[in-house]
Write a protein that binds this ligand. Structure first.
Ligand code: BG6
Length: 461
């Protein structure tokens, strides 16, 4: 056992810097950190591609521009100066000798592995052999396994050379500011806490809708499907934040313990409460098997068997090819009793926490309709950016956190194993996929899932 090292990173080494994720997210996030004055170490890219430093800088600039970020030449100049490149095969020990040479004199490296998980073991073993891991932190990208046994096996490979404190498992939903805000909203406001339980909440709906399809990711997506792609990780982490008890101790594990406690209280899921859909036309995408049974839509019901949540169903749905892009958690409260002084009945209050797009919160209440003896539904809503300013993007936040040894917004191995345990029965006995037209809300089965409870709400937009 080694003592955790909390000193900030003095170098960031990115394996897979020539890949897709770097192009779409990493360069832009690092550039934004540079602009905010929050980047203060060199960055070394490692990849098989034989890029020169100037190619790397050109690609970084292209990626930042393509991401819609206006380039400030002074900021970019500073950022570009940090970049250097080591090319080589990840299986070749000489590559790691070159990495060692490139980071000579540093003491607290961060290695960021944005490479396929099948290579994690190989890379960390070689880093350890080159004596580079003792004080290092290592950030790994999802997917973390494709079921419980493979997640354990992957962890075994990492743990063969690293301590748990050194491993930062990225789930970029945990890096979304509005996801983090769930805990703040709940616990920094005394008005919400008395409502946040089975006495007041009738059910919870969590929707992650995407109005685009699988497009050019067919060969990645087809062996994965919606359940593994976003439910086991992103959506369950959101449930962890929504349902957690207040952390009672400071520090990263104080927060992580509470999320994992929620997962422990969720019984493994029942395939009879699971609906799978596939949008029409999916099987003609390049990289998708012609007879593929992979789901592009998943809806399910889960329970949390603890004092706070017992008896409150949580309905989750995620899909591609749906009418809108929106991620929200919606608490639907119990209805008030019928009032003697009016004939009308009232819709329940709802509290919507919107994660994407345009993070915000909306309390749906009943107000008296002018001139009439009945109510109408009105929104008490806030768009966070309008009130509070723009928030950092998920990768900006997470890369900063790993460089500063804050693991609170990262998944921990026990949590990863719990979430796989929760979905495992659905992987073992998946119901048949039902087709749905693109631009619809998924197959009809999804509506049956919520029978006896309020129907799926259209996201607040
Ligand atoms: C990724 C999934 O993890 O999350 C994608 O692989 C999904 O399929 C994406 O589209 C959604 O993330 P965001 O931040 O764009 O909502």
């Amino acid at each position: 056992m080694t003592e955790p090292v909390s000193a900030p990173a003095d170098v960031l080494v990115i394996f897979g810097i020539t890949g897709d994720l770097a192009r779409k997210m990493t360069f832009r996030s690092l550039y934004r950190l540079e602009r905010r004055g929050l980047l203060d170490c060199p960055i070394v890219g490692v990849a098989l591609d034989d890029w020169s430093v100037s190619t790397l800088r050109d690609r970084a600039r292209e990626a930042i521009e393509a991401g819609g970020e206006p380039i400030d030449e002074q900021v970019f100049g500073r950022f570009a100066q940090r970049l250097s490149m080591v090319s080589g095969d990840f299986a070749d020990p000489k590559t790691y000798d070159r990495v060692a040479k490139a980071i000579e004199g540093t003491h607290t490296p961060v290695f960021y592995l944005e490479i396929p998980p099948s290579l994690f073991g190989l890379v960390v073993e070689n880093l350890a052999r080159a004596n580079l891991t003792t004080r290092a932190r290592v950030a790994v990208e999802k997917p973390f396994g494709h079921d419980l046994p493979s997640a354990r096996e992957l962890n075994r490979k990492l743990r063969a050379v690293l301590e748990e404190w050194q491993i930062y498992r990225i789930d970029h939903f945990l890096g979304k500011e509005p996801a983090m805000d769930i805990m703040f909203l709940r616990f920094a406001n005394s008005v919400f806490e008395p409502l946040w339980n089975r006495d007041r909440i009738h059910c919870v709906q969590l929707t992650m809708a995407e109005n685009f399809g699988v497009e050019d990711r067919g060969s990645f997506y087809d062996p994965v499907g919606a359940l593994r792609d976003v439910v086991q990780n992103h959506l369950l982490q959101l449930i962890g934040l929504f349902a957690a008890e207040p952390p009672s101790v400071a520090g990263a594990d104080g927060v992580r313990d509470k999320r994992v406690e929620v997962f422990r209280a969720i019984p493994s899921l029942d395939p009879t409460h699971y609906v799978r859909g596939q949008y029409d036309g999916y099987t003609s995408i390049e990289g998708v098997k012609p007879n593929s049974q992979t789901e592009t839509f998943a809806a399910l019901r889960l329970e949390i068997d603890n004092w706070r949540w017992s008896g409150v169903p949580f309905f989750l749905r995620a899909g591609k090819g749906l009418p809108v892009r929106a991620t929200e958690i919606r608490a639907i409260f119990k209805r008030p009793p019928k009032l003697a002084f009016t004939a009308s009945t009232y819709d329940a209050n709802e509290l919507v926490l919107r994660i994407d797009p345009r993070a915000g919160a909306n309390l749906v209440v009943q107000a008296k309709e002018p001139g009439a003896n009945r109510t109408r539904t009105v929104d008490l809503s806030v768009i966070f950016a309008e009130e509070l300013g723009e928030a950092p993007e998920p990768y900006e936040r997470l890369l900063y956190d790993v460089m500063h040894a804050d693991s609170s917004q990262f998944a921990r191995q026990d949590g990863v194993e719990e979430t796989w345990r929760i979905v495992q029965p659905l992987l073992d006995a998946p119901p048949a996929v039902q087709p749905y037209p693109r631009g619809s809300w998924g197959p009809p089965g999804a509506a049956k899932l919520v029978a006896g409870y309020p129907g799926w709400r259209e996201p607040w937009l």
